[in-house]
Design a protein around this ligand. Structure first.
Ligand code: ZN
Length: 199
């Protein structure tokens, strides 16, 4: 016998499919939502759909944006010769928050993971290599996470770029092993950037 109405069950099921939301949180959110005024719930639902429809990948760096070219790539103040490669837009945001990196980014949207069946073709590597052909890039800083996947990706990218003669560096291991960039404080992020080593 179902404890709740079918609609509530469906809502709980949908919510618990979100990352970081367990069944208890999903229940709490579901009951919270059905007890809110209709307009408020509609606004939330519309915002989700609108974000999904409007958000796209920057045609240069592949970060999530609502313009053809994101504000960082479009800014004349950014040094287009230095590209920092990160796994996702949240990592970009983490480095951007330090305010100390004047270059541009490239967002891979993932990392190579043989265990999960994620290969080089599943992340935005092709786009990076295309950029290196057309742009006047002098350094690629690989700032993938220091997890097994992040290290595998870093090695793979450095091997790809080496033959082009472009300098490839890796952020220093001030970043704890297995650590996600987005959870690391700014000082550590900056130290990792400053202490980067050539691959
Ligand atoms: Zn961009």
């Amino acid at each position: 016998m179902d404890l709740y109405s079918g609609y509530i069950n469906r809502l709980i099921e949908e919510l618990s499919s979100l990352p970081g939301i367990g069944s208890k949180s999903a229940q709490r959110l579901a009951f919270y939502l059905v007890n809110q005024p209709k307009e408020q719930v509609k606004r939330l639902a519309d915002t989700i759909v609108e974000a999904k429809e409007k958000v796209r990948y920057c045609s240069v760096c592949c970060t999530l944006t609502d313009q053809e070219v994101c504000p960082i790539c479009a800014s004349p103040k950014r040094d287009k010769h230095t590209i920092m490669v990160v796994e996702n837009s949240r990592d970009l945001a983490a480095y951007e928050k330090t305010g100390k990196f004047g270059g541009v980014y490239h967002v891979l949207h993932g990392a190579i993971s043989p265990m999960l069946g994620i290969g080089p073709g599943d992340i935005r590597l092709k786009e990076l290599m295309q950029r290196l052909q057309t742009d006047e890039v002098t350094e690629v800083i690989i700032a993938t996470n220091s997890s097994l996947e992040g290290e595998t990706t870093a090695m793979y990218i450095s091997k790809l770029i080496k033959p082009t003669g472009i300098k490839v560096t890796r952020i220093a291991s001030g970043v704890p092993v297995g650590g996600d960039l987005e959870y690391i404080d700014e000082v550590t992020l900056l130290r990792a950037l400053e202490g980067r080593i050539e691959l």
